[in-house]
Design a protein around this ligand. Structure first.
Ligand code: NAI
Length: 459
């Protein structure tokens, strides 16, 4: 009998296992593929490794801006991919070591929930029964691939975030269906390596939930670098090597790609592992179909002892949300009060320049009827930004509550905002006011000082 059985070894599952092990719970974790899940094996980490190679190549190509010229700057696509594989192997090894340190029993097999009885919840895997007092479901998500006509016939020309990581050579032309996070990160990567990139997006903007002004700025930066954006264009099918879409005037258009990346969102993994044997309540989409496991703020489902965390809840679909949700579930299982809060979940897009945001956007504030003021400054107000981003553009925007001056949202464009946004997360999580932010001493010279400079513009 285990205290906790966890299905899925991604950032939801393995972090939960680590924390539970540290609290002295006996844990069994089931993973059918590699520990680390999508994030470590085919998401966050491999993409950031590829993007870093692209960044280094770009520094070499454009170093003359900084007085450094590199003759014959070139890349070896095979080596870029091999380094990515090496980084992934190393980090998967790290997760294995963490499981061992936490005395977590890892079962590398497909798990199936057989049911719940008086003695606990039974999970079957590798021909054996495992009984646990609690179950945490962290089965993640997979790329949603709509049944576009002609998709099957297009064969391996069609790729998702998974297959695109293992290409052996750089495509000359790529079409990206969906200008969301995955679409824009791969658009950035291939654009940096000289591939002709076309993004076809059905919304009138890229990165839908992002601040409108920052979305437009990022689009303009990439348009200048040569990425073609077809916005308000809905993809309707694939014809041979072309993506077929309807433009805003209703005209049918086509664009060719050696590869076609489908990045139109992800779907929670909710079937095929016996969830129905527990009678867990599901979240329903607009069409009334199940799209995630329904949980409360303690990550509990409607079934006692059964919890869920990560993409399978169909909610935030971010690795860092999954990890925190896993921690909340474990704390509640261990009897430590904890609840999940979603007000300060950061979102980062690792384009070059990066984008990062946390809290409310103007659109959110308007929708919620919140009275707000926007204060903003160009990143060029930071000396460090100017020193390190020759000709670079960027902006810092802070949404402030009109009455109490509380920080409602922070939205940044410019490198390295992915490394700065946590400061804003703390401000929002701790319900800080702009006046309190002004009193914080920031290290000088850093790009993060832009947060403080912007705070001082509040009239
Ligand atoms: P997404 O939801 O970010 O973007 C999908 C886009 O596809 C949307 O803009 C949508 O309007 C568009 N679309 C849908 N159907 C279309 C059609 N028929 N024609 C044209 N456009 C269409 O989804 P994405 O990029 O696939 O990412 C999946 C998940 O992975 C997201 O939840 C994201 O948060 C997460 N992720 C996070 C990353 C990060 O934090 N840096 C990196 C990569 C993924």
């Amino acid at each position: 009998m285990y205290d906790l059985a966890i299905i899925g070894g991604g950032p939801g599952g393995y972090v939960a296992a680590e924390r539970a092990g540290a609290l002295g719970l006996s844990v069994v974790l089931f993973e059918r593929k590699e520990l680390g899940g999508v994030c470590l094996n085919e998401g966050c980490i491999p993409t950031k490794t590829l993007l870093y190679s692209a960044k280094v190549y770009n520094y070499a190509l454009h170093g003359d801006k900084y007085g450094v010229s590199v003759d014959g700057a070139a890349f070896d696509y095979g080596k870029i991919v091999e380094r990515k594989n090496k980084v992934v192997r190393k980090l998967v090894g790290g997760v294995k070591a963490a499981m061992k340190a936490g005395k977590v029993e890892v079962v590398k097999a497909e798990a199936y929930i057989a049911g719940r009885g008086a003695e606990g919840i039974t999970v079957q895997a590798d021909g054996k029964d495992f009984v646990a007092r609690n179950l945490l479901v962290c089965t993640g998500s997979e790329a949603a691939v709509p049944p576009f006509p002609g998709l099957k016939e297009a064969g391996d020309r069609i790729v998702t975030n998974r297959e695109i990581l293992s290409l052996t050579e750089r495509p000359e032309e790529i079409v990206v269906i969906g200008g969301g996070v995955i679409g824009m990160e791969f658009a950035s990567f291939f654009n940096s390596l000289g591939t002709k990139v076309t993004v076809v997006e059905m919304l009138p903007k890229i990165l839908g939930p992002l601040d409108d002004e920052i979305s437009a700025m990022l689009q303009a930066i990439y348009a200048k670098k040569g990425v073609v954006f077809n916005l308000s264009c809905k993809v309707t099918g694939i014809e041979g090597d072309c993506v077929v879409y309807e433009d805003p005037q209703g005209q049918v258009c086509k664009v060719r790609g050696d590869k076609i990346l489908v990045s139109v969102g992800r779907r929670a993994n909710i079937s095929g592992f016996g969830l129905e044997n527990l009678g867990v309540d599901m979240l329903l989409n607009r069409g009334g179909k199940p799209c995630g496991i329904k949980v409360d703020e303690k990550m509990r489902t409607n079934i006692p002892g059964v919890y869920a965390a990560g993409d399978v809840t169909g909610f935030s679909m971010l690795a860092h949300t999954a990890s925190r949700e896993g921690e909340v579930a474990v704390n509640n299982i261990a009897g430590k009060p904890d609840r999940m809060r979603y007000d300060a979940i950061p979102g980062v897009v690792y384009t070059n320049p990066e984008v990062a945001g946390v809290g409310l956007t103007e659109a959110d504030a308007k929708q919620k009827g919140i009275d707000y003021t926007v204060i903003k400054l160009p990143m060029a107000y930071s000396g460090r930004f100017v020193a390190e981003n020759e000709g670079g553009e960027g902006i810092c925007k802070i949404l402030v509550g009109k009455k109490y001056h509380e920080v409602l949202g922070v939205h940044l464009l410019g490198n390295p905002c992915s490394e700065m946004i946590h400061g804003a997360c703390i401000a929002i999580e701790q319900e800080m006011t702009v006046e309190q932010l002004k009193e914080v001493v920031f290290p000088h010279p850093t790009v993060s000082e832009i947060l403080k400079e912007t705070a001082f513009t509040l009239k």
